[in-house]
Design a protein around this ligand. Structure first.
Ligand code: AHM
Ligand code: MG
Length: 332
């Protein structure tokens, strides 16, 4: 077996070739360090008595798990050391965090532990990260500096904590997957060019929300369920892990469409998932892997954010299927 390329070597090579700012290589290394720490904490969670909730809520008013807090701390400790990060936004922070004395020109937005309702039942969870440039550098960094469309991301990805811990990332040159070797503690390149198959027969949606879906999504799912006997003339399979990283990792591996659409359950919410640290980074990776990411009405990466914690409808994955759902939205 030939020797595997480490994350560090991959990033160093990209920096030497001029495809990556060396400062970003350091940021990714530190995201790797935080991910390693989180993976270890997840593996020992029951033993270390860190399952369950804490007595506080996050910025969106949701109950925080102990591991949400631990994962958030792991990123807040790891990122400032790079010297490249001016500010951090997180699902678990009310405001944005300005790195004291920072000189670096990057902003990192994270969902430290996505799918955390799955932790207590020992199902895969993940960390999601998005990196933007600070428009005016570190000096005078303001909250509004974070509010940039996803198309301006310079790097994005996620770490999935499943049977294996895998970091998937893109800096605009395709998508690579790195598996954590528990023996050496190194992330090693295992998926060099992840591509989402264009054609698929698998969809992911929380079907318990069906009565609140809007007509285009009702129509799409009804046609999938009709299978061979319906207009699609082939059978579809349904999967829903309930952790976006795990669902997205599946579609990066064997294709599929993932939807958390806008529904009428709570008309004040334009969706469940957060734009800046969930939909944008995942959308960036999906597009880099040849897929599409839309709200049904517009490309996710084109949305001009108004708030760091804003929510958005998400329809992403295999190109042919996303195009079909978008067409159904156009038809009304
Ligand atoms: P979280 O950031 O609070 O964990 O919420 C996001 C998660 C996604 O990972 C997942 O796709 C979705 O929420 C699951 O929602 P539901 O509980 O409705 O199935
Ligand atoms: Mg989340």
């Amino acid at each position: 077996m030939s020797e595997r390329v480490s994350l560090l070597r991959h990033l160093t090579q990209a920096a030497q070739d001029g495809r990556l700012d060396p400062a970003l290589a350091l940021v990714v290394q530190q995201i790797g360090a935080a991910s390693r720490e989180i993976a270890a904490a997840l593996a020992r969670a029951a033993l270390a008595d860190v399952l369950g909730a804490v007595d506080s809520a996050n910025a969106s008013g949701e109950t925080q798990k102990k591991l949400d807090v631990l994962a958030n701390d792991a990123f807040l400790h790891a990122l400032p050391w790079t010297g490249a990060v001016a500010g951090i936004a997180s699902e678990e922070l009310d405001g944005t965090y300005r790195v004291p004395g920072a000189r670096g020109g990057y902003l990192v937005l994270v969902d430290p532990l996505d799918g955390s309702s799955n932790i207590d039942v020992n199902v895969s969870v993940g960390s999601i990260f998005s990196i933007l440039r600070a428009p005016d550098g570190a000096v005078g960094l303001a909250n509004d500096d974070f509010l940039q469309p996803g198309s301006r991301q310079v790097l994005a990805g996620f770490t999935a904590y499943g049977p294996a811990t895998v970091m998937v990332l893109s800096f605009g040159h395709g998508v690579q997957g790195f598996t954590l070797d528990p023996a050496s503690g190194e992330f090693l390149l295992t998926q060099p060019d992840m591509r989402i198959p264009e054609r698929t027969s698998e969809y992911a949606i929380n079907a318990s929300n069906q009565r609140w879906w809007q007509p285009p999504v009702q129509r799409y799912v009804a046609e999938c369920m009709a299978g061979k006997d319906g207009p699609r003339e082939r059978d579809f399979n349904m999967r829903w892990v309930g952790s976006m990283v795990a669902d997205v990792y599946r579609l990066l591996t064997r294709g599929g469409i993932f939807m958390y659409p806008r529904d009428t359950k709570d008309p004040a919410k334009p969706g469940k998932l957060r734009l800046m640290y969930e939909a944008n980074p995942i959308g960036y990776v999906v597009e880099q892997a040849g897929g599409l990411a839309s709200t049904g009405y517009e490309r996710i990466l084109d949305i001009r954010p108004e708030k760091v914690h804003q929510r958005v409808a998400v329809i992403l994955g295999s190109r042919e299927e996303v195009e079909r759902v978008v067409a159904y939205h156009r038809e009304g």
